[in-house]
Design a protein around this ligand. Sequence first.
Ligand code: ZN
Ligand code: ZN
Length: 143
Amino acid sequence: MPEVMNCRRCRKIFMYGDTGPKICDACKKIEDEEFEKVRAFVRDFPGATAQEVSRETGVPTHLIYRFLKEGRLEVAESSPIALQCENCGVRIKSGRFCITCSKRLASDMIRVGRTLNDAVQKSSDTKDSAGLRYLHGERKENK
Ligand SMILES: [Zn+2]
Ligand SMILES: [Zn+2]
């Protein structure tokens, strides 16, 4: 279902109909051109840093990193442009976490889920006994 939203880049309102970056068609065209520039530059100069690519192509580094995160841009194994795992800082090629950390985070999530369930269980237990106490008190008052 197409949705009306603000372009993430120019803030103009546009109809967002498909998947992909939430930007308007005009910006998508600009970004595609920027992506092509970055891709070509990285291909020709695999040793360039993000700063150098940005300087030479005029594309801001945050956009270069976004292309990487989206898995759109691929850099050579030896490229100084690389994402770092947000958890352990190891070099990764795309996404936010390395495989080890994404696995560990996934199991952490399950554990947190269980703890939450326990907490909910406990709080409903306390509520029950509080309710009983209240009932008890009321009964006393009625007498
Ligand atoms: Zn736009
Ligand atoms: Zn990691």
